[in-house]
Design a protein. Structure first.
Length: 193
């Protein structure tokens, strides 16, 4: 099976997650094509894929506009394939009911703006990239870390993505896509086993 992995990133963690997804899918005998939503090659045709995985990171309450735009323009084709959304945010770490509700609202706005309701959704925690921030962003994120009881070292990046949970999500997504392919085209069962 062949999967399209479309991503949007601000600080690089979602790119890392997209590459992890591609490697994980490839390690299980499938293929994946990765594309940054800001530079999707003109030759990419969603019809050429068996499934679509979209990953975007949340910043200031919104996902990357290029991701929203691509999904909005191609939603009819995406909806015809097994599809999933990986939402990347620090809010994914939170147990605070207000923050969890806020994250739900952000995903709801994304689905309204893109006109897409993902077939499945995974919330992945992002990272602090202190080495890439200016003074004000470092200060703001140190405050956020302190507010959540997260210890951070000055000048050091800190990653929060649960790679095991992400791998399990990908396994379920790919298995579901394979089941759908077998239901739609039972004569190709030997290709997917």
């Amino acid at each position: 099976m062949k999967f399209l992995i479309l991503y949007g990133t601000t600080e690089g963690q979602t790119r890392k997650i997209a590459h992890f997804a591609a490697q994980h899918i490839s390690a299980h005998g499938h293929s994946a094509v990765i594309s940054n939503a800001e530079d999707v090659p003109a030759e990419i045709d969603i019809h050429d894929f068996d499934g679509v995985l979209v990953a975007a990171s949340l910043h200031l309450g919104s996902y990357q506009p290029a991701v929203i735009d691509f999904v909005h323009r191609h939603v009819d084709k995406i909806d015809r394939k097994p599809n999933a959304f990986i939402s990347v945010s620090l809010a994914a770490l939170s147990q605070d009911p207000d923050e969890v509700a806020g994250l739900r609202d952000c995903v709801r706005r994304f689905t309204e703006e893109s006109r897409w309701t993902p077939g499945c959704l995974h919330h992945a925690a992002g990272a602090f990239r202190f080495t890439a921030y200016d003074f004000f962003r470092r200060w703001a994120l140190k405050y956020i870390a302190h507010k959540h009881g997260i210890a951070v070292e000055p000048g050091q990046d800190r990653e929060f993505t649960d790679w095991t949970a992400l791998g399990q999500f990908l396994d379920k997504f790919v298995a579901g896509a394979a089941r759908l392919a077998l239901e739609d085209y039972p004569e190709t069962a030997h290709l997917h086993s």
